[in-house]
Ligand binder design. Structure first.
Ligand code: ADP
Ligand code: MG
Length: 697
């Protein structure tokens, strides 16, 4: 059956080789199936007609019924255009063509009445529409729909009369030949339970809606289907993984209890406790854990990680934590060493700059099991790093690591794959998480430790600079520390370095009394660390940096974050940067400096930052501004292949589709029951063309 939909588009009536080639090139439409899935991107209400006198600036596309009074070629050379002067009983206007002039000229008879459609523009007092769609009034049939589909097209296609209307025409022919071949992809149970219309009807209605209600149902059905199969594939991956890999049973909580009763420096938040319980449930289940912990910056992910390590260790295994940068690995090491020492547990750090002799000791102690916790960068992944029994591998800020790197971590235990806990502070909207990480279990730390004061954020311009400097001065006098961050964009690295250096100099001039640090990407990693350490220890008061400080660094005494050229940063990056402050008991501030003229999107980004500290709300705005294709990790996920469903708008349908997929797999994990036959057929069909799902990160 799929064979039929693979038929080349050139064999369709009214297409032919030339148009087919253009459709291939311009819209990647090669086959019947491709064209059938070239869904309209919106619909136009064609029940309304305008009189010429009613035309107004700001109107979108309108329909006008008018008689052609005169046709004329105007101008010469490249500016040549065809003008039709048309009129109704209220006035006159012009229709103009710059391309396809000969064809139009032949087609338009003076004296005939046409329905013209397009966006009106005003020149002087005269209205005109360039390249209108048109149809003789006499031919406008009754079945002509009030809801007209609008298809994306291109200039080249339009020049060949494959405008939205032309595409609709060939689709008419296509639907006729395809209709009997369209088969159902969902089971009757799913159709009934979610009150979805059949596939055939949905495809027909999406292209040729018979009434608004049915169109709505057709859209819902097709969106549901897209989400459903996306979720189904992810969940099936999870099923096959849990079947393949057992997990070590890690269920001893002795160390945890000791730590909790005698050493923990603060009360855990409710959210931290919940996430620990969720992880513990996995660790003792006998199945391998693959869990993502999402928590906004400062939500206390490190403590969750440490407590999970304690469970792993008292159950007789070892634990490791991998961080994306040396600065971050060091910071984790320093922080966790204090706790590990209290508990009498041996902990080490392994990064690129650890000396050979020290490495050797680490390797030995890992193998004989003396070393319980290893912190490090991707140096952990080297083959020489072998554990006696690695029970738990934790990855911090996972989006910085590729999947291949994570797979290497898995291989660190031959008998059992280690349990994996992945932590990220990049807030991902729930809808996206469901899709991106559909094969992982997700825990969310959605609560900040008590007593945190929300960071106050303001937006300032160059003219406010003196005031901002005055504010910095006051804060430093109170004993606080300050970050000043400059953008770094790869293709203009030199320029950015210059603006960073200029900034550094002006700050040095403004604050000769305060020691400064500077950190940027072009520095050697030892120098970066050295500067960073001086700031951590409080020896320097102001840190001038590029976004290298974005991830994870923890300096609770820093209370002010100044972001220069804030309009050049993405929303999630701004949020990450702001998360560097507000980690101590003091009131913290974030100042977004920008130029005066801002694009609409930049303005929304800055306003959002000023309005809220909630990472998930920010992520939602980000998703709406950029679309999912731009977000981290989505490129390989197949999300960008969605044809009709929209992650930022169709969250409720996604949730339904996920529930449906879950329910089906719970009863029939391999889709072998007869009722699920249509679903299985579709899964197999898609497998042939699907992206490599194992690459989801
Ligand atoms: P992130 O989730 O961004 O990695 P961290 O784990 O670095 O956050 O924690 C941020 C700060 O909050 C650290 O100084 C940590 O000690 C502190 N912290 C974590 N949990 C709590 C808690 N329950 N109560 C008070 N402070 C906490
Ligand atoms: Mg962290």
């Amino acid at each position: 059956m799929s064979g039929f939909f693979d038929t080349k588009i050139e064999f369709l009536k009214g297409v032919g080789p030339q148009k087919a080639e253009l459709l291939n090139k311009e819209l990647s439409i090669f086959t019947y199936g491709d064209l059938l899935q070239h869904y309209p991107f919106r619909y136009e209400d064609r029940s309304k007609f305008y009189k010429i006198r009613e035309l107004q600036p700001d109107l979108e596309n309108v329909q006008v019924i008018a008689r052609i009074r005169k046709i004329e070629l105007v101008g010469v050379g490249g500016k040549r255009r065809l003008v039709a002067y048309v009129a109704d009983e209220t006035g006159e206007m012009e229709m103009t063509w710059f391309k396809g002039i000969q064809w139009v000229q032949k087609k338009l008879p003076v004296g005939a009445v046409y329905i013209f459609f397009g966006k009106p523009a005003q020149f002087g007092r005269k209205w005109s529409i360039a390249h209108p769609e048109m149809e003789p009034l006499s031919q406008a049939t009754e079945k002509r729909n009030t809801f007209q589909p609008v298809y994306s097209s291109t200039d080249k296609l339009r020049a060949r009369f494959l405008d939205s209307r032309g595409i609709s025409k060939i689709l008419e022919g296509l639907i006729q030949v395809c209709y009997p071949h369209i088969s159902e992809t969902l089971s009757q149970e799913v159709l009934d339970q979610y009150q979805l219309i059949g596939k055939r009807e949905a495809v027909k209605e999406i292209h040729f809606p018979s009434e608004p209600g049915l169109l709505q149902r057709a859209r819902k059905r097709l969106k549901f289907e897209e989400f459903f199969f996306l979720q189904l594939r992810l969940l099936m991956m999870k099923v096959s993984r849990t079947e393949k890999f057992r997990g070590q049973i890690l269920d001893n909580t002795e160390l945890l209890t000791d730590f909790y009763q005698n050493h923990i420096p603060f009360e855990l938040t409710g959210a931290q406790k919940r996430v620990i319980r969720e992880a513990y449930h996995d660790l003792k289940s006998g199945k391998q854990m693959n869990r993502l912990v999402q928590g906004d910056v400062g939500s206390g992910k490190t403590m969750v990680a440490f407590i999970c390590m304690l469970i792993a260790i008292s159950s007789g295994t070892q634990a490791c934590l991998m961080a994306p940068t040396e600065i971050l690995a060091n910071q984790h090491y320093e922080g966790l060493k204090e706790f590990a020492d209290m508990m009498g547990l041996k902990i080490s750090i392994l990064t690129g700059s650890v000396k050979k002799s020290a490495r050797k000791i680490i390797h030995e102690e890992l193998l004989n099991g003396e070393l319980k916790i290893l912190i490090g960068t991707h140096a952990l992944l080297e083959d020489v790093v072998q554990f006696k029994n690695l029970g738990l591998a934790i990855v911090d800020e996972q989006h910085r690591f590729g999947v291949a790197q994570r797979a290497k971590l898995w291989a660190k235990n031959e008998e059992f794959i280690p349990h994996v806990l992945v932590m990220t502070a990049t807030p991902i909207p729930r809808t996206l998480a469901m899709t991106l990480y559909g094969d992982l279990d997700v825990s969310v730390i959605d609560e900040l430790p008590a007593g945190r004061k929300p960071i106050q954020t303001v937006h300032r311009y160059e003219k406010d600079r003196l005031k901002v400097f005055g504010f910095i001065n006051e804060e430093v006098k109170k004993g606080r520390q300050v970050y000043i961050v400059y953008p770094l964009i790869e293709d203009s690295e030199k320029l950015d370095l210059k603006s960073l250096m200029d900034g550094y100099e002006s700050i040095a001039r403004a604050f000769p009394q305060y020691p400064l640090s500077i950190v940027h990407g072009a520095m050697k990693s030892e120098d970066k660390d050295y500067e960073m350490q001086r700031f951590v220890k409080g020896e320097t008061k102001i840190m001038v940096a590029t976004t290298v400080i974005e991830v994870g660094v923890n300096v609770p005494n820093a209370s002010v974050m100044i972001i220069e050229n804030a309009e050049r940063f993405g929303l999630s990056q701004l949020h990450q940067l702001r998360g560097r402050v507000g980690r101590g008991a003091e009131q913290s501030y974030c100042v977004l400096m920008s130029k005066y003229e801002l694009s609409k999107d930049s303005r929304i980004r800055l306003e959002t930052m000023v309005r809220t500290n909630d990472g998930f709300e920010i992520a939602d705005v980000d998703l709406r501004l950029r679309g999912p294709g731009d977000l981290m990790g989505t490129q390989q996920s197949g999300i960008t292949d969605l044809l009709i469903a929209d992650l930022s708008k169709d969250a409720p349908i996604l949730t339904l589709a996920r529930d449906a997929a879950q329910q089906i797999l719970a009863n029939d994990p391999h889709l072998t029951q007869p009722v699920n036959a249509p679903i299985l057929r579709q899964v197999k069909q898609q497998k042939k063309t699907a992206v490599n799902w194992s690459r989801i990160s």
